[in-house]
Each structure stands twice: as C-alpha cells, then as structure tokens.
Ligand binder design. Structure first.
Ligand SMILES: Nc1nc2c(ncn2[C@@H]2O[C@H](COP(=O)(O)OP(=O)(O)OP(=O)(O)O)[C@@H](O)[C@H]2O)c(=O)[nH]1
Length: 796
C-alpha cells in the first residue's frame, strides 16, 4: 500500500486502512442506492459509473490504474460496476412495479382500506378518500370504528372475529362520511398474513337506489288498483299483477305466454284495433276506452293505456298495458245521464229527452217516409187534487198516470213527462190515423179507471191533443205547438177527450171510432141481420141462387148498408167476428130452408179479403158446414171473394184449394175492376165470375162496357166458369146479357134483397108455380123496388 490519500492517511491508521481498503468501495453502494431510488435509472447508472471511477482512483494503486498489472484490483471495480448496474436496474424495476401498484391502488374504482390489527387505518386509496369525503391524512391513523355508526360496532367485532379465523368478510355497511352523512357500501375484507386488514369497499348507493326503485315499482305493480299487463315484443304476456287477476278472474298462470287479445269482447271491430296499433307504432302510446270480457264471460268497460317499451338500442322490447275498470264510472255516468234526462217523480223521460227523442223520431219518419204522431196529455183539473188531497197525493197520482200511460202504449212508443200534469207520447210508424185515435181513446179509458189514493178512489180524466208528422208540422217546435193547440181544443170541448190538430181528422176518426164501438155493441145486441137477394138462371128465369147481404138495423140511423160499416170493421179485427157471424147466419138459413122442405139453393156468401188474411176462414167455413150439417150440400155454399184478394193474398191458391176441398164453391165478386189476369184464373179453383155492376149499369149504351162484358163471358165460358151479372136493373140490360150468353143475373129488376121470411115465401111460391120455360122477365121487381140500387151492396 504505497500510495494513500493524505486525508485518509491522517484519519485512519495505515494498518487499519490497509485492512479495510479492499472493501471500502462497498461504501459507495448507498450512493448508488440513493441515486437510483430517488433519481431513477439514469441517476443510478451515473452514480454507479462515478462511484466506480472514484473507487478506481481512490482505491486502486496508481501503478495498477492503467492495467499495468491487470490483477486483482480490476475485479472489484468490475464487480462494483456490474453490481451497480444490476442494482440500479433491479431497483428501477422494483420502483416501477411499486409505482404501478401504487397507481393501481390509487386508481382502483373500489375504495381500498388497509388497517393494522388494532383497526387503525394505515393506508387508503383515492377512491376510499372519495367514499369518505376526506383527505388521506384525515383518515390514516383513525380507527375503523370512527367511520361506521356506533350501532354497527358489535357487527365489526363479529366480523373481526370471523376474519381472524381466516374468513373473508363480505357484507353491506354504512360508512359515516366526513360530512356526517352515511353511504351504503359493500365491503369485502380479510386479514392478511402480516396481520393487516385489507378491505375493498364499493359504493352501492346507486344499486340501493335502483333496488329501492325496483321494490317501489314492485309494490306499485302489486298493490295498484289498475290491472297491469306486461308483454314481450311479440305481445305475449310475460307478467300480470294481482289487480289483473281481481279484475278479469284470470290467474297469472292462465295468461302467461298468451296474447292479450283473448280478452276481446267483440264490441270493437277490426278497424278499432287497426287504429290502436297504428297509434302505438307512430307514437309509442295508445289510450282509450274499450270493452273486455272477464273469465266468467261478462263484458265490462275499461280505460286502457298501452306504452311501447324500447331497449337501449331503440328496438321494441315489449308493451305495458294499464287497465282501469270503469264499470262504476260508466254506471255513475249513466245515473247522471238518467237524472239529467228523466223526471225523478215518475222516472219518465223529461222535457230534455222528449225534445231529442222527438227530433230523432221526426228524422226517422223523414228518412223512411212514414208518419208519426205526437200526443200531448194534460190531466183535467189536476189542481183540485193537489188542493184537496195535498201535493203528496198529487205526486202519487202523477206516478200512477205515468204507469198507466206506459202500460197502454207499445214498448217502442216513448212516454215523457214534460212537467206538472203534462205528459207526451211519441208514436212512430203510424199506418193509419185511426190507430192514433184508438190509442188516444185507450189512454182516456185507462186513466178513467179509478185510482186508489190515500184510501179514497179517485177518477181522473185527461185532455189529449194530437199532431201528425208530416201533415201538421215538420219540426219539433211546430209539432209540439200543434199538439198543444189541439190539447187546448180538447179542453175547450169539455175535457176528457182527444182532438187532432186538424179538426176534419178529428171528426172523421171520431165517427169511425163511434162506428166501431157501435158495431161491437151491435154484434152483441143482435142488431145485425141478413137480407137475401135472388139470383136467376137467365135461360129458365128460375131462382137458382141467393146472395146473403149484411144489414145493420142501427137504433138511431136506421137500416145501414154494409159500405157504411164494413170498412170500419175491416180496419180492426172486428171483421173476423162480423164475417163469422155472416157465415153462420147464412148457413143456418140454408139449413132452415132445406129443413122447411125447399130444394137446396145456392147461397152466395161474401167474404172480406181481411178474413182471408187472418187465415181463420177455412176453419170457420168447415165449422159452419159441420154445425148446420151442410156437408152433403156444401156445393150450395158459394163464397164470394173480391178480385183484389187474388192479388194481395199470396197464398190465395192454397187457401182457395183448401176451401174447395170442403166442397164449397168459389166465385170472384166485382170481376173486371181489378187487374187479375185471365191466365191467373186458369190456375185457381174458381167456379164463377160475378161481373161488376159498374159494367152492367152502363149497358147497353156504353160500347166499351158491352165489349168488356162480352169478353168476360166468353172468356169465363172458355175456362168453364159460370157468369153472374149483378146490378141488373132494366129489361134491356137483361136482354143484352141474355144475348151475350150470361148464365145468371141478379138485380133490382128481378128481386131486391129481402128478409129471410120474405125470400122463403118467394121460393115457396116459385116451387108451387108451374114451370114456364123461357119466361119473359117480370115487369116489376119480385119484391118491392124501393129505388135505384145506389148503395154498394155486397161485401158481407
Ligand atoms: N203534485 C204535484 N203537482 C204539481 C207538480 N207540478 C205541477 N203541479 C201542479 O199541477 C197543476 C197543473 O194545473 P193545470 O194543468 O194548469 O190545471 P188543471 O188544474 O190541471 O186544470 P186543466 O189543465 O185546465 O184541466 C198546478 O196546480 C201545479 O201546481 C208536481 O210535481 N206535483
């Protein structure tokens, strides 16, 4: 050791120096370490190089410095260099890895808390600081217990105990933040081998919020009164709530996977559902009212709101329907509407509804070109009831009147109470004015029945005014005014009656009604009778037949011809009773004459077209034949039907055949005035034609009448039918008919209609007289001719 640094030579004993000198260069390692630690790789390498140089110059003997002797001193320097480089690089690596860990630690999304065994934080990352809202230095050193609610301390102890047994603790906690608020977190912690606690902590406030929202939504879903249906994008039900089950009766299991359309009631058409889907497609929403069907089949109204649910990409992922049962709402609405439109006392429609329903009736009548009638009804002297028996009794009376009106009219006729003691009836499809008069009369009669009020019998009456659409007015107001005016006229007429707005109608329907009532009474009182007019064989001039003609011995009006009353009977079912009576009487008379020893004679009996329509005819003819034992001589009974029957009664051929099968004969009356084709006659079971009197009357001067009669006779003969001419009044007519080949004649010239007894005398006289063969017609009627035959005679 020849060269020694003077300072070190002073400081150290040369001998010691010489001992440690080979190793003292290790002292440079801390410099390398510090440089690489704090300065990084470059600084570390520099420090290594510098230290190596220093070692070289300081500790390598000068004689060895320039490799004069590449002996041992070079090795330590090289080792030093190599170790310095290795150290620097490995330290650099370690430093980087540590930095990376630190970065990871700090940048981790989860809060990472490291605590010592005593539970004091020794390190926390940035996320942990954020969680607590505190700086790192405010946390480190503090206890875990400082950041949790005191109520959780026992839990902490328990967790610690478990972790000490090696368990990983995973649980939700609430962290007390720096500002005193609490933050829900999920903690995953364990105690590491070095005894430190390490916890990963995640903010779960969002999750908690979502969970809370979900549980709220679930609570709403399950507890709401509205039914909710959730479907997938193919409209298959994936969920329904309890309210859906209560509303429809279907359980979730019964509907899952099905299309909600199974609830359809059928009340909405395909167009409705088409509009619903277009709205859903266009706006993502639809809401509206519709009718659904419950499991039990009952239909019910719902308010439904459907929304399209889309996923994050905007594609339809499903549909949510919310349904509210609006049955009660509808009922309430209906009640309100009823209250607004009805009179609370009688329950009848009030003035408001009257006006709208009259308006509709008028419109319908206009559209269908029909007639309708409005009847105004006002009770007579109702004020007296109120004044004498009190308002409550008056109310009872009004209720009873409402009842009776409803009972009298048809179901489709509308009865209203306008207020006070005023009622109305609207009648549509009025075929005949008389029908309205009949109804008015029925109303009057029904109100006239005694009413029991507070133990007393009360008889009320009403005055009715009738207006007709379109005859009297065409608008609601005008028609009401007309009916009102007519009602006041009824009051003026002395009340308890009806009046039409048009006085002439009133007169004519009243006469008709009176006639109808009289006629009913006449049947009961036996005021009807038959007269008999003889029919003569034109070749022998002998009586071969007789026509039974109805007469009414009216107590006031005297003897009435059928044209005065048969049309009235024909407008009601009275015609059946009348027709049956005629049939019975005529058959009874025929029996009586036969029983009196007279030769059976042809008895012509008129049958009304209405009788044929009522279809009791065959039965009543058969009954009469049987009752009077005329079956053997049924051919003597000749039913006279008008030509019009053949045109109006569709199954006339069938009815005529059935009549014919009873053995009776059939004649067509008033032939020539109708439009029956001759071809049609060919197919019907007819025995005779009776030429209408209008043609006979004009013979022989009217060339056309002559031609028609001639044609009818020849045509009838061609068809094998007998021809009877009625209304023969002159000998010239008789001669003419004889020339034309007519078979039988009937008319005032030869015999007027006469009572049965008189006719029997005629028959007996004829039977007693010698046969004259082609006898000249008598110059006078057989029985007193009392004037020209101006009255239309036949028809019953
Ligand atoms: N009890 C009762 N009476 C009512 C009600 N509304 C109106 N009135 C009474 O009905 C009566 C109507 O009388 P009017 O029609 O004017 O006269 P009336 O006594 O019937 O005599 P005429 O109509 O001329 O025959 C009045 O006394 C009213 O006070 C009601 O709701 N209840």
């Amino acid at each position: 050791m020849s060269v020694a640094p003077p300072l070190l030579a002073v400081l150290l004993q040369w001998s010691l120096w010489s001992v440690i000198r080979p190793y003292v260069w290790f002292l440079f390692y801390p410099a390398v370490f510090v440089s690489s630690w704090f300065g990084g790789r470059v600084a570390g390498l520099h420090a290594t190089a510098l230290s190596a140089l220093l070692v070289w110059y300081l500790f390598i003997p000068p004689e060895l410095r320039f490799f004069k002797d590449a002996g041992a001193p070079v090795v330590p320097v090289l080792v030093f260099l190599a170790m310095g480089v290795v150290f620097t690089f490995s330290h650099e690596r370690m430093r980087r890895s540590e930095q990376r860990l630190r970065d990871l630690f700090d940048q981790a999304g989860h809060g990472i808390f490291v605590a010592d065994l005593d539970g004091r934080y020794v390190d926390v990352n940035r996320a942990a600081c954020r969680l607590l809202g505190a700086r790192r230095e405010d946390i480190v050193g503090k206890a875990i217990a400082d950041f949790i609610p005191s109520t959780d301390l026992p839990r902490l102890e328990e967790a610690k105990r478990r972790m000490l047994h090696g368990e990983t603790h995973v649980a939700d906690w609430n962290l007390r933040r720096n500002d005193g608020s609490y933050l829900p977190v999920e903690v995953s912690a364990k105690i590491l081998a070095d005894g430190q606690w390490q916890a990963f902590v995640q903010d779960i406030s969002d999750r908690r919020r979502v969970e809370a929202q979900l549980s709220q939504a679930a609570a709403v879903f399950d507890s709401t009164m509205e039914a909710i249906i959730v479907t997938d994008s193919e409209a298959r039900i994936v969920n329904v709530n309890n309210a859906f089950t209560s509303m429809t009766g279907y359980t979730a299991d019964e509907v899952l996977g099905r299309n909600p359309s199974f609830q359809q009631s059928g009340r909405q058409d395909a167009r409705f559902y088409g509009r619903l889907w277009s709205s859903l497609t266009a706006t993502g929403q639809w809401q509206g009212e519709l009718w659904n069907r419950r499991k039990g089949g009952e239909l019910f109204p719902v308010w439904e709101s459907i929304s399209v649910v889309r996923d994050a990409a905007g594609a339809v992922s499903g549909y949510v329907s919310i349904l509210t049962d609006i049955t009660r709402l509808k009922q309430a609405e209906e009640r309100l509407r009823h209250l607004a439109n009805h009179d609370p006392l009688t329950g009848l429609p009030n003035r408001l509804l009257f006006v709208s329903s009259l308006q509709q009736s008028i419109e319908r009548a206009k559209r269908h070109r029909t007639r309708m009638a409005l009847i105004f009804i006002d009770l007579d002297r109702f004020k007296l009831v109120n004044d004498s028996m009190g308002h409550a009794a008056g109310d009872e009376l009004l209720k009873e009147v409402g009842h009776r009106l409803k009972k009298v009219v048809r179901a489709e006729d509308v009865v209203c109470r306008l207020g006070g003691d005023e009622f109305t009836v609207v009648i549509e499809d009025v075929a005949r004015v008389d029908d309205v008069a009949t109804l008015a009369q029925k109303i009057i009669s029904s109100l006239a029945l005694p009413i029991l009020l507070e133990g007393r019998e009360l008889v009320v009456s009403a005055s009715l005014g009738i207006a007709l659409y379109p005859e009297d007015a065409e608008g609601v107001d005008e028609l009401s005014r007309a009916a009102d005016a007519a009602m006041y006229r009824a009051k003026e007429q002395g009340r308890n009656t009806f009046e039409f707005y048009t006085a002439e109608i009133t007169d004519s329907v009243r006469e008709q009604l009176a006639m109808e009532m009289d006629l009913r009474a006449a049947l009961e009182r036996n005021e009807l009778t038959l007269h008999y007019q003889p029919q003569f064989d034109l070749s022998t001039m002998s009586v071969t037949g007789v026509e039974a003609l109805l007469r009414w011995q009216h107590p006031k009006l005297g003897l009435l011809m059928p044209d005065r009353f048969v049309p009235v009977a024909e407008q009601t079912s009275l015609i059946n009773a009348l027709g049956a009576w005629v049939l019975q009487r005529a058959c009874a008379q025929l029996r009586a004459w036969v029983d009196a020893g007279l030769e059976p004679i042809r008895m012509a009996i008129n049958v009304s077209g209405r009788q044929v329509m009522y279809d009791h005819l065959v039965a009543s003819v058969g009954g009469a034949l049987e009752q009077y034992s005329l079956q053997d001589i049924a051919a003597c009974v000749e039913l006279e039907l008008t030509e019009s029957v053949l045109q109006t009664v569709e199954p006339s051929a069938e009815i005529l055949n059935r009549l014919r099968s009873l053995g009776v004969r059939i004649a067509i009356d008033d032939f020539g005035v109708g439009y029956s084709s001759l071809g049609m006659l060919r197919h019907l079971p007819i025995d005779a034609l009776k030429i209408d009197r209008s043609f006979i009357r004009n013979m022989p001067d009217d060339v056309n009448a002559n031609a028609i009669v001639k044609a009818v006779i020849s045509m009838a003969h061609a068809l094998g039918l007998r021809v009877v001419a009625e209304g023969v009044e002159t000998a010239v007519q008789l001669e003419c008919l004889r020339e034309l080949g007519c078979d039988d004649i009937q008319g005032f010239l030869l015999g007027i209609p006469m009572p049965a007894g008189e006719f029997q005398g005629l028959l007996q006289a004829a039977a007693a007289a010698p046969t004259h063969g082609q006898e000249a017609p008598p110059s006078r009627p057989v029985a007193g001719l009392d004037g020209p035959n101006v009255t239309q005679d036949a028809r019953l």
